[in-house]
Design a protein around this ligand. Structure first.
Ligand code: SF4
Ligand code: SF4
Length: 211
């Protein structure tokens, strides 16, 4: 089985999990969250090790025991290799810790009158959920890419109703769904006022500070 076959197989396995009974999904959610917390802890430990490493390097350079130019050449070469390797690995993302129910001054957009034009394209954007969303266990996340919003094969969020374009978890929708303003987003609208949507982009992504 090659890499592509493996990826397809994993997607199918996880799609099965998405349809599993609620109790199993809760267990899976809890287990994965534990693993992701460990992963975040490792990240913090890595920061500590890195700072010690740089302190050691500075000490060696100061004492004339390390040639910085040769070291930098070696470092850049190895870094390129390492970055290519990291791109193949999962990356945990969590949205900013804001209380979504306390957000104020939300954009006032008459979606109802425009949804036939935009086709609710905002619900194809990818973004991470917050711990508040995860604790509620209502909005679903992508097991293959924690904690990004889970999407259907057509790219839409799993909570977007394909017939009407409406959100079926509207009361509990994530903070980014509340604060996002499509009006000046050129990926969504060429001209919002004139109702001219932008050409379709399959890789829509909301920029958000993540952990
Ligand atoms: S793209 Fe804009 S107008 Fe269309 S549904 Fe989303 S927020 Fe509303
Ligand atoms: S949670 Fe609702 S508003 Fe947010 S992307 Fe999904 S369908 Fe759209």
């Amino acid at each position: 089985m090659n890499d592509e076959d493996n990826k397809t197989k994993r997607s199918e396995d996880f799609a099965d999990w998405a349809n599993a009974p609620e109790s199993l999904r809760k267990d899976l959610n809890a287990g994965l969250r534990h693993l992701h917390f460990l992963s975040m802890q490792s990240k913090h430990d890595l920061v500590d090790i890195t700072s010690r490493f740089f302190a050691l390097m500075e000490e060696l350079v100061a004492n004339g025991q390390l040639d910085l130019r040769t070291f930098d050449e070696r470092r850049l070469r190895l870094r390129e290799k390492e970055e290519a390797r990291l791109q193949q690995r999962a990356h945990v993302q969590v949205a900013d810790p804001v209380d979504k129910y306390e957000l104020e001054d939300l954009p006032q957009i008459d979606c109802q009158s425009r949804i036939h034009l935009c086709k609710a394209r905002c619900c194809k954007l990818t973004f991470p959920l917050s711990f508040q969303d995860l604790d509620e266990g209502i909005v679903q996340w992508n097991y293959l890419n924690p904690y990004q919003i889970r999407q259907k094969p057509d790219g839409y969020c799993v909570h977007n109703k394909s017939d009407s374009g409406h959100c079926c978890v509207y009361k509990h929708r994530p903070a980014i769904c509340r604060t996002y303003d499509c009006r000046n987003d050129k990926r969504i609208w060429l001209d919002f006022e004139k109702g001219i949507p932008a050409p379709e982009d399959k890789n829509l992504q909301v920029q958000s500070d993540t952990t």
